[in-house]
Design a protein around this ligand. Structure first.
Ligand code: GDP
Ligand code: CA
Length: 325
């Protein structure tokens, strides 16, 4: 079985880790191949280093090196380099860069500087984290550098665009977002293998990733949406909202910026043209969709640990076998 998932950072990574756990502990499913198409709109250059926050969260989570309490970054991390940068007055200081994490960014930047495409760089990083042995292929959505920016009001009564990370990390999404602009996305080409992974999958899963700035950005890569509409695989999504609240992060602020209500039904509406089934929390059991089947999970739709994420993934897979594309 070939399973393809589109993913952002923490929500996507925890879901795919649970999925892999379920597959590996189920007779007959252990040899299933999982391909993850990762959002690269969060990417940013800091201190000359190219940082791919969602890809890194996927690498560390799926490779067993993540700081599980915060959901991103390396376990056992220290921040000596960042302290040194601060002592020099180097900016910015609002983005946490751990010492171990910096190793990833240095090697990524070195390879990119040698002209190695991001997809190949990511494959090399994934090899170090043992993803191929775990039957996980990690694909950046595109090799083209793209960056999500957020348009906010400026002090002079006009507007200015800031990098998504500045809005999310520095301002904790507290500045009202007027809209999102993804620099480079219109000229981006889907990364090697991305469209095929969607078209040739047996099942396509949408983890509970941020629908606007994670999955929404992947959907903006030319060809991805068409591939989802055209694939013969059922497309099953897991709601990132429970009773209108994102479990973590600021998905509600992102939805507000694009004028979409923060409900499980409205998020599914963003995927209406290709979604076949939608798994929701019992609190959202009243969700009705015009086209996709709605399924209520038998417990909180919370990925509290690997086992609970595995049960959600298992349910999503079972659902996929009951709907047709
Ligand atoms: P990010 O890039 O690190 O922000 O991670 P993602 O975009 O992959 O996922 C973030 C989204 O996942 C959040 O907006 C939440 O709505 C959702 N999320 C996180 N944890 C859970 C969970 O345990 N259950 C559900 N249903 N959604 C979750
Ligand atoms: Ca992200």
């Amino acid at each position: 079985m070939r399973i393809t998932a589109l993913a952002g950072g923490v929500g996507g990574a925890r879901f795919v880790r649970g999925l892999r756990h379920h597959l590996d502990s189920t007779p007959g499913l252990a040899d299933a191949e999982v391909t993850v198409v990762a959002n690269t709109g969060d990417d940013i250059t800091l201190f000359g280093l190219r940082v791919s926050p969602d890809v890194d969260t996927l690498l560390y989570t799926l490779g067993g090196g993540v700081d599980d309490t915060q959901g991103w970054g390396r376990a056992g991390e220290s921040h000596r380099v960042q302290e040194e940068l601060a002592a020099y007055g180097a900016r910015p200081q609002w983005f946490a860069l751990g010492d171990l994490d910096i190793g990833t960014h240095v090697v990524r930047s070195q390879w990119l500087g040698q002209g190695v495409p991001l997809s190949e760089v990511t494959a090399r990083l994934a090899a170090r984290w043992g993803l191929p042995e775990r039957r996980i292929t990690l694909l950046p959505m595109t090799d083209t550098p793209v960056e999500t920016h957020v348009v906010v009001d400026d002090e002079a009564g006009g507007e200015r665009a800031i990098h998504f990370q500045e809005w999310w990390v520095r301002h904790q999404a507290s500045l009202p977002a007027r809209r999102f602009v993804v620099a480079g996305l219109d000229r981006a080409a889907a990364g090697p293998g991305v469209l095929d992974a969607i078209r040739r999958a047996d099942v396509v899963l949408l983890p509970p990733s941020n629908p606007v700035v994670s999955i929404g950005i992947v959907l903006g890569v030319p060809g991805v949406r068409d591939a989802l509409r055209g694939t013969t695989a059922p497309v099953v999504g897991v709601s990132p909202l429970i009773s209108g609240r994102p479990v973590r992060g600021h998905a509600d602020a992102c939805l507000a910026a694009i004028g979409v209500p923060a409900t499980a039904a409205a998020v599914a509406g963003l995927y209406e043209d290709f979604l076949d089934a939608w798994l929701v929390d019992p609190a959202d059991a009243d969700t009705v969709l015009p086209r996709a089947r709605v399924e209520v999970f038998d417990g909180p739709l919370l990925m509290s640990d690997v086992a609970s994420a595995g049960r959600i993934a298992e349910h999503a897979l079972r659902l996929a076998s009951t709907v047709s594309a």
